[in-house]
Write a protein that binds this ligand. Structure first.
Ligand SMILES: *Cc1c(COP(=O)(O)O)cnc(C)c1O
Length: 433
């Protein structure tokens, strides 16, 4: 990187969720390896974010790199219309084997948000094809499903920044906060709201869409698996499709292969993304049951109406195959379990801290919810100065490290969070949480 790169970046390059006129600082990363990001000046940061849930095997993994090199020499890309290729077939063969057996028809797309659009469009076309068009979705408050317009319409309608597009978005139905948290005891009546909503609006619903167990970008909440079981049962009772958005939770992050496994349910449509390629490239998959694919295909439309230019990108598929092969031996399970135990040990003493509202851990996810909105700019700077990469949002400081993290590296992340809490300048009392 050149000396003026940062100035150019600040003037010309959009970054996620920050201003073009008063941007949050960006840090120049020139390479990454294992569980470390390397800054331009040579400093190494221990990565606590897996580049937003994706880099589960860490960076520059030789197996994934090798697979991509090999594929580049064959072809990086070829259109998927009228063409198929070994990486796509092999990836789908593996997904069919590794995912719930009923979910055997796979649509490959290029990002998580598009996987959600695809899932929603499948539900809409399914109802259209059945001759009973329906266009409402039931979603959870505090949910997050992506940034495209359809996905936004099922994100939290008030708290997400997507409320600013509300005049354009279709109006969907929402279940209020799921009060019963993961690990608490389920109480009779906890599902009343869900059941009541179903009985009042089921005849309008095309599908229910949920992030199973873990609500990620909407607030890092972990809810009771019984909600999923109830939703599955109600969908069965009323003949409504259940879409599970496992884009953040899939591939072991929550301690089970899929978060749906906590509730022992199978959705009708499953969205995968983020860690699908081990974080090497962007790719997503939407899996569905054969009867849904058949109803859509046998309709007047004759097909499912979606076909991205980079559908089934061979290079991304090759990376995904390599990532799945790294998960084959189940070592991920032992790593995630160990990370979970260490997060619990390390973070739970923070519960009594005056700046801490809540601490929660599930699988390789550790969340410290603080009493005030964090000053991201100052706190991020402090973390970088202390050799760690942790990216908080709102009042949430959280860790979703690569599964390969060593216990020393994880200790460094935990201690950084713990020490950061004692600095009042990291928190902003003027913004309500
Ligand atoms: C990140 C995320 C998405 C969107 O994925 P992109 O690849 O960013 O488009 C959708 N749903 C959930 C649950 C996510 O965490």
């Amino acid at each position: 990187m050149q000396a003026d790169d940062l100035a150019f970046d600040k003037r010309h390059v959009w970054h996620p969720y920050t201003s073009m006129t008063q941007p949050l600082p960006t840090y120049p990363i020139v390479s990454a390896s294992g569980c470390e990001l390397i800054l331009r000046d040579g400093r190494r940061l221990v990565d606590g974010m897996s580049s937003w849930w994706a880099a589960i095997h860490g960076y520059n993994h030789p197996t994934i790199n090798q697979a991509m090199h090999k594929q580049i020499n064959e072809m990086s890309h070829v259109m998927f219309g009228g063409i198929t290729h070994p990486p796509a077939v092999e990836l789908c063969r593996r997904l069919v084997a590794l995912m719930p057996s009923d979910l055997e028809c796979i649509f490959l797309a290029d990002s998580g948000s598009v996987a959600v659009e695809v899932a929603m469009k499948m539900a809409l076309q399914y109802w259209q094809a059945s001759g009973r068009p329906r266009c409402k979705f039931l979603a959870l408050r505090q949910g997050y499903h992506g940034d495209t317009l359809g996905a936004m319409s099922v994100c939290d309608p008030i708290k997400s920044m997507h409320s600013m597009y509300s005049s354009y978005l279709p109006v969907n139905r929402f279940v209020d906060t799921l009060r019963r948290r993961f690990g608490e005891t389920w109480q009779i009546g906890d599902d009343t709201e869900l059941s009541t909503l179903f009985s009042s609006c089921h005849h309008t619903l095309a599908a229910v869409i949920m992030e199973p167990i873990v609500q990620g970008a909407g607030g890092m909440h972990f809810y009771h698996p019984e909600y999923l079981r109830v939703a599955r049962a109600l969908c069965d009772q009323y003949g409504i499709l259940l879409i599970a958005d496992e884009i953040a939770t899939g591939f072991g992050r929550t301690g089970t292969w899929l978060a749906c496994n906590h509730a022992n349910i199978i959705p009708d449509i499953l969205c995968l993304g983020k860690a699908l390629t081990g974080g090497a490239l962007t790719l997503s998959a939407t899996l569905t049951r054969r009867y849904i694919a058949e109803i859509i295909s046998d309709s007047a439309a004759g097909c499912f109406m979606h076909g991205p230019t980079f559908m089934g990108n061979p290079l991304a598929c090759a990376a995904a195959i390599a990532s799945l092969s790294l998960l084959e031996d189940k070592a991920w399970y032992h790593r995630v379990t160990a990370i979970s135990a260490q997060l619990r040990r390390g973070l739970s003493p923070l519960v009594g801290h005056p700046n801490v509202l809540d601490v929660r851990v599930l699988g390789a996810i550790g969340v410290v919810e603080v009493t005030k909105v964090v000053n991201i700019s100052l706190l991020q700077h402090w973390f970088v100065e202390h050799g760690v990469w942790i990216r908080p949002f709102r009042n949430l400081i959280y860790l979703i490290p690569p599964y390969i993290i060593s216990s020393e590296e994880l200790t460094q992340l935990i201690e950084a969070i713990s020490d950061s809490l004692d600095h009042p300048e990291h928190f902003d009392s003027s913004i309500p949480i």
